[in-house]
Design a protein around this ligand. Structure first.
Ligand code: C2E
Ligand code: MG
Ligand code: MG
Ligand code: MG
Length: 281
């Protein structure tokens, strides 16, 4: 009986693995087509100053307007894009679109997310070129990197960060607190801000553990002279709590959901809202 059950286990496991491989291949092929056909979009979520609630900029978040499956979120395709390397093409296309957004809206700023894979030694140069071609001030763009991108201590990554710093592009550590937190890189690397992961915001203001972590991270930001942003703020009570702790900026459904450009700049609809164009490598 044990043997039979074991066999059953193996078959189930193999089935799951097969399913995963098939999904990977399907999504990968679909994604290649999506990039060529402009099915990827960018939604913009407002970032506000907690002091007075005024909008200081936006975060650019990729979406996939799938012809059969509807609007897909990054959680439904980015893992595959990471695995097969297409994420660098996606990031390049999002950056290109975000720079266009800055040109169309001179009073604002935008943050883009960047996969660690994109920090391959050509990223800072591509950013510099994109900004120069459009005569944009580097401080209007910022780059968000997962904290985990830095743990390998890779020399190329470090050089990219130094080049971005020299250029004047702020670098934020995204989902801060969820990675493997070797704080030593804060001493070494020219990051300019911390972005508290939304899992620490979700149970505020009542959960004492979340409260202490949020307070510790904003303290850390303060002592390193870094900017502080928290994500996932869904209620006024959370916003007030974080403002009282000294957080500078926030994002979340309480202030605004990620939405197409026309939502935030209704009169600028002409020329906006189209799919992302693939950027030659
Ligand atoms: P992230 O950079 O931490 O972005 C914040 C995520 O939280 C977004 O999910 C956003 O829609 C969601 N969010 C914002 N406010 C709230 C809130 O109040 N409550 C809750 N529950 N969620 C909120 P999204 O758009 O699904 O993106 C997920 C992740 O995918 C991003 O997390 C980022 O790591 C990654 N990502 C998004 N766009 C890109 C991209 O262009 N390139 C790369 N490499 N990664 C991207
Ligand atoms: Mg982000
Ligand atoms: Mg984040
Ligand atoms: Mg996050």
């Amino acid at each position: 009986a044990a043997k039979a059950a074991g066999g059953g286990c193996c078959r189930v496991f193999t089935g799951a693995m097969r399913e995963r491989a098939v999904r990977r291949l399907t999504v990968e092929n679909d994604l290649r087509r999506a990039l060529e056909h402009g099915e990827l979009r960018v939604h913009y979520q407002p970032v506000v100053a907690l002091r007075d609630g005024h909008r200081t900029g936006f975060e650019a978040l990729v979406r996939w307007d799938h012809p059969h499956r509807g609007l897909l979120l990054p959680g439904q395709f980015l893992d595959v894009a990471e695995e097969c390397g297409l994420v660098t093409a996606i990031d390049a296309a999002v950056l290109d679109e975000a720079l266009g957004f800055l040109v169309r809206h001179p009073g604002t700023r935008v943050a883009v997310n960047t996969s660690a894979r994109r920090l391959d030694g050509t990223f800072a140069t591509a950013v510099a070129r994109g900004l120069r071609q459009r005569a944009l001030s580097p401080s209007r763009l910022s780059v968000e990197l997962l904290e985990t991108s830095l743990v390998s201590g890779d020399a190329v990554t470090e050089r990219e960060l130094r080049d971005l710093a020299r250029l004047g592009v702020p670098v934020l550590l995204d989902d801060f607190g969820t990675g493997y937190s070797a704080l030593s890189y804060l001493r070494r690397l020219p990051v300019t801000g911390l972005k508290l992961d939304r899992s620490f915001v979700a149970d505020l203001p009542d959960d004492p553990g979340s409260d202490r972590i949020a307070a510790a991270v904003v303290g850390l930001a303060g002592s390193f002279g870094l900017s502080s942003v928290c994500e996932g703020v869904e209620t006024a009570a959370q916003a007030e709590h974080l403002a009282a702790q000294g957080w500078e900026s926030a994002q979340g459904f309480h202030f605004g959901v990620p939405a197409p450009e026309e939502r935030w700049f209704p009169r600028a609809a002409a020329g906006a809202g189209g799919g992302l164009a693939r950027v030659p490598a």
